[in-house]
Every structure is written in C-alpha cells, then in structure tokens.
Design a protein around this ligand. Sequence first.
Ligand code: GDG
Length: 493
Amino acid sequence: MEEPGTRIVAVSNRLPIRLVHGPDGLEIKPGAGGLVTALAPVFRNRGGVWIGWSGGTDDEDLAGLMEPASREAGYRLYPVPLSADEVGDYYYGFSNEVIWPLFHDLQTRCNFKPRYWQQYLNVNRKFAEITTKHSNETDYIWVHDYHLMHMAQSLKELGTERNTGFFLHIPFPPVDIFMKLPWRAQILRALLEYELVGFQTMRDRKNFIQCLRHISSGIRISGRGSVVTVIVGDKRVRVGAFPISIDHDAFAGDAESKEVADMAWYLHEALPNRQVILGVDRLDYTKGIPERLEAFKNALSRFPELQEKITLVQVVVPSREEVPEYQMLRAELYRLVGEINGKFTRSGWVPIHYLYRSLNRYELLAYYRLAEIAIITPLKDGMNLVAKEYCACNLEENGVLILSEFAGAAAQLHRGSIMVNPYDVEGMSNAIHQAFHMDQAERHNRMHRLREVVRHRNIFWWVNNFLKAALAKDLRAFPAVEDYVFEIPLVSN
Ligand code: GDG
C-alpha cells in the first residue's frame, strides 16, 4: 500500500495563470496548459501547490488575488515576487541569453555575462525559500525547466530536506557545446542534487551523462531502460527520458466540435482548390522559420506545378518582443514573406498567409484540421507539441507531417512523418514536393500511425511515468474523483 499524504508541489518559472483585466480590475484566471490538465487529478485528490513567478514585477499586489484564484483552480498558487533587475538578469539574461541558445546548440548567440549567473543563483534561492515556506517534508517537489536547475541545491543550502525531481523541457546539448558554459561544473553538480532528473529524449539523457563523464571520473550507471541510476561518489541520481505530450482526447474532441469544423470549412473555402501547408511557432530563432520560408520559395521555383496550388499559412506567436534579437527576427520574417509574396503572387493566389499574432484555441484547431500538410522544422526543439497537436486534430487522417529530425518529437514520430534536416533548404523543398503529391493511401497509413503514438503516449502517460520513477507510484495512487474519468492505459516502463 502506498503511504498517504504525498502532495505534489510543482515549481516553474511562471505560474500557470493568465492575468485578465476584468470589469473590477485585474483578475487571475487559471492556466489551461497540458501540464496543468495532467496534474489536475493529482492536485484535486491530494491537494497540489504551484509555485512560480506571475510574469509581472508587482507580485506583492497580486498576493491578495491568489486566494480566490487558488480556490477556482483547485490547487494553491504561490507567487515568487521578482524585481525588474532580477527579471532582467535571471530571466532575460541567464535563462534566455545563456541557457536557451546554448542548449539549442546555438552557442554563438550566447552572452556569458558573469552577473547573469549571480542573479540566477540569487533567484533560484528565492524560489527555494518560498518553496521551503509552502511545503513540508512529505511533499514531492517537482521542478520544471532550465530557469531552475539550481533549485535542489539551493534547498539543501537552506537546510530544507525534500524529495525533489527535475524535468528539462528543452534539449540537453552534446558535450562539446555544453563545455563552453563557464558555469558547466556548477550546473552539473546542481542537477545531481535532485533525486530524479528527467529529459525529453534518450539523446538528451545520453548527452547529460557524457557531460558528467567529462567533468568527473568514476561515474557508474546502473540499470537499463528509460530510467537509470547514475552513481557519482556517494551520490545516486535517477536519470530518465520522459517524452512530454498532450491531452490527446481533449484536442481530438475539440477538433470534432461544430465550432472548429465550421471554422475550418470557412477558412479553407477562402483558399479553394489548393493544399494548405501550415507552420505554427512562437517567434524564436530556434524554430527555423526563415529557413522554412526559403525552402518554400525554393519549392515554388523548382516545382512550378505547386504555384497557385499550395498556400503556406505561417502563424507566428509574438514572444520575448522586448529582446533585440527577437525584434530582428520579426523584421527578417516580414522581409522574407514580402519578398516571396512579391515575387510569386498571382491574381487570386497569395503564396504565404502570414499571421503574426496568437490565435484562439478554436482558430488554432481549425487550422490544424484544415491543413493538408504541417511543416514543423525547428533547428532544435525539446519536444515540439505543435507536431503532436496537429496529429491529434487530423481526424480524417489525411494530413502529412514534415518534421525536423532535431525536434524531440522526431524520436517518437519519425516513422509516419517526412523527416527533414532544417538546415537543408533543398531537402525541405523536396519534402514539400513529396507531401504535395502523396496519395491518399500513403497519407492515411502514415497519419494513422502517428495518431496512435500520440493517443497512447499522451500527457497522462507522461505524468504517470515521471511519478512512477519519482515516487514509485502512478496516477492510480491518486484515485479519480467523480467528474474525472481515467481511461488511459497505464503503460509500464
Ligand atoms: C517548450 C519547449 C517543448 C502555439 N501557437 C498558438 C498556441 N500555441 C501553443 C501550441 C503548443 C505551445 O503553444 C507551443 O509548444 P511547443 O512545444 O511547440 O514549444 P515551446 O513553447 O517552445 O515549449 C518545447 C515544450 O516546452 C513542452 O515541454 O515541447 O520543445 O521549447 O501547445 O498549441 N496556442 C494558442 N494560439 C496560438 O496561436 N492558443
């Protein structure tokens, strides 16, 4: 029998909330991401806690709003107040100018400023202090992502004893790249302070272990399978690969709704007699958007039969807009879209429909449903949930997924998709051509295969596997409440 009382305390840079300006001023609404959905049953039955930054620099003012928001969400929310300086050096600086580019193999974009590291330590300690205050020794502390790699060590420095696990949502780089980090040894040592460290793929896990071998001798690995134990001196840390996923049934169910079906029909009617090829990305230089536009241009030139028969709908969701590099990328995308549309547009056909904004869920799902082809070609990506969402929403099983081999999702989806190297413009252009001409039978076979993977390896499977490795418990230890139907097969490691 499992012992009672294990409560999950999730800690991430951002709280899963939305700040909304309502008639009575600022309101906090609970977030609706896949992770929250997956943790909901655990939270509902054992009481959950989520600790993170609200996204503003005025969290003190928000503290009063957290109580009703927690009641509405069904789990407790505790904000970590951050000053503008802390946000500047810990979030924009260390997290996004050092770790983000380095871990995506783009070390020339890194800005290794020593003061960023100091602020990273300081803010991780702040998160650890707030976690200490709002948790107890029987809680499980589940820390998320690259902003908080030092947290377990900070907890120990405070004398706080907790069972801790960490999941890295972004890739872990190969040793030659990781070694460029001035604080490489500190980061590796800090990660070894967690009891469990989870990565998206086996490749990330392998990279991590190789980096450990590089900085310390006498490392031993025990066990086999997706979770192994790394033994360094007297330390034993479990290290695993846990590919994150989506709430497949929620996506498929919503895609089937009348609102989405009507919108998909209406949007495609405006693009008659042509295939829609869809790209959906946050504005980010890791997503390979300029390279993709070049590939589309190349395909229109080399395969003129595609002209007037294919339209690229590229959705770019604004992100980190205060950062000059992101502003430059935005300008480059406008220039490229303008150049390609200027060159190829004919009466009644504009080759690229460029949407620089966030879509609401219905619009997004409508685009997933209507697109004959999805093109997801990040230069490097932890997982890429858009790829999985596209498959879940492709109810007719007639879509083609063109996928970068450097997306974490490729490890699970390589069989049904057309795999491409996002640096190879002609290769991607060939893939567009191949997808355009693919017959219905092949489309169906491939998409069916992809959808089966996404359906079985869904977000519940992911939470389940992580908790099993962390606590030797699975979601069945958090029994379903009446309004929650747990019907996902529990897959063993
Ligand atoms: C990090 C890692 C890893 C996109 N456009 C709209 C919209 N979205 C939603 C998608 C999807 C999410 O944003 C993007 O998720 P990704 O996985 O593609 O990318 P990151 O934001 O970079 O996330 C990544 C992930 O963490 C999870 O571990 O896969 O590798 O970088 O869910 O649906 N949502 C709405 N409108 C849009 O226009 N509503």
